[in-house]
Design a protein around this ligand. Structure first.
Ligand SMILES: O=C(O)CCC(=O)C(=O)O
Length: 300
């Protein structure tokens, strides 16, 4: 049974990230690589807005600079049946407590010989500021990673401060990716090369970055996010960088949910993943249904 020590737990909460050795087996990584390759080749999730480029999508889905497939387990359920998911869940429960549950997974693909970086950001900057997200993100590279092909880098203890100001990459409102624009010292960055089977874990508010891929091969990674039940944030805060964006991904999300063929599978997934034990989710759900009904009736 894989667990982490108390001192590893302590270090995680002190620094906001940790490197773990030998968490995934080579067979599991091979399966992840095969599934990731297939889903990305098939452009799974593109029409639903789940597959997108961190950078503007002007060149279409075929030449992404940094492709992210969000929720690949929606398209390949067996990903969550792997022993790896249970192993990771146990560690998430050590870090967050017994209520930690699976939130989402993602594949990341950075092509060979690209200058495109995953800019400095806090995952929480992408979320709704009215909701408190207490999450941890397990990041598994699917080949060894170093500075040469875009390993992760972290700013220690950045999870202890606020969500810092962000903006769309390069100030371009059509860019899906966000970058942190101030409030941290680059010199503090800790570079985390990893061998096959190792992973990093970072908190939802930890500032992180992955550099360009100067190698001859694409750099793949698979991440799994676990979190505590969501609740209302007790801070009054706003994330203005999420307003007034013009994302091709959002257009695909909306078009797909409105399309007859996709709405019911979408609703089925939402109902299946709904956390019935959390009263706050019922409130959010009611708001969402009201918005959906309003949107569908105003279409007519
Ligand atoms: O794989 C990458 O380049 C970035 C991953 C990342 O930012 C994340 O998992 O939060």
């Amino acid at each position: 049974m894989t667990t982490i020590s108390q001192s590893q737990c302590g270090r995680f909460w002190q620094d906001g990230f940790i490197r773990l050795k030998n968490i995934a087996t080579h067979a599991e990584l091979k399966t992840l690589r095969t599934v990731g390759d297939r889903l990305l080749r098939e452009k799974a999730g593109f029409n639903e807005g789940m597959l997108f480029d961190f950078y503007p999508e002007g060149d279409g889905p075929d030449k992404p600079k940094l492709a992210q497939l969000h929720h690949p387990s929606h398209f390949e359920r067996s990903l969550l049946d792997m022993e790896l998911a249970r192993r990771v869940q146990r560690i998430a429960m050590q870090l967050l407590g017994p209520k930690a549950r699976f939130v989402s997974d993602s594949f990341f693909h950075k092509p060979a010989h690209t200058e495109a970086v995953t800019p400095w950001h806090q995952d929480e900057a992408f979320t709704d500021p009215r909701i408190e997200h207490r999450e941890v993100n397990f990041w598994f590279p699917l080949q060894p990673v170093s500075l040469a092909n875009g390993c992760m880098q972290f700013i220690p203890a950045s999870h202890l401060g606020p969500v810092l100001p962000h903006g769309p990459i390069g100030g371009d409102p059509t860019t899906h990716g966000l970058e942190c624009i101030s409030g941290f010292e680059l010199e503090q960055a800790v570079i985390c090369p990893l061998e096959l089977g190792d992973c990093t874990i970072h908190a939802g508010r930890t500032l992180h970055f992955a550099g360009p891929n100067h190698s001859d091969a694409p750099r793949y990674a698979y991440s799994m996010v676990f979190g505590l039940p969501r609740r209302a944030s007790n801070e009054i805060r706003s994330f203005p960088w999420n307003d007034n964006r013009h994302l091709s991904r959002d257009q695909r999300v909306h078009a797909s949910r409105r399309g007859q063929g996709n709405f019911w599978p979408y609703l089925y997934r939402k109902v299946k993943e709904f956390d019935y034990t959390n009263p706050y989710e019922w409130r959010l759900g009611a708001h969402r249904v009201a918005r959906l009904i309003k949107g569908r009736t105003s279409d007519k």
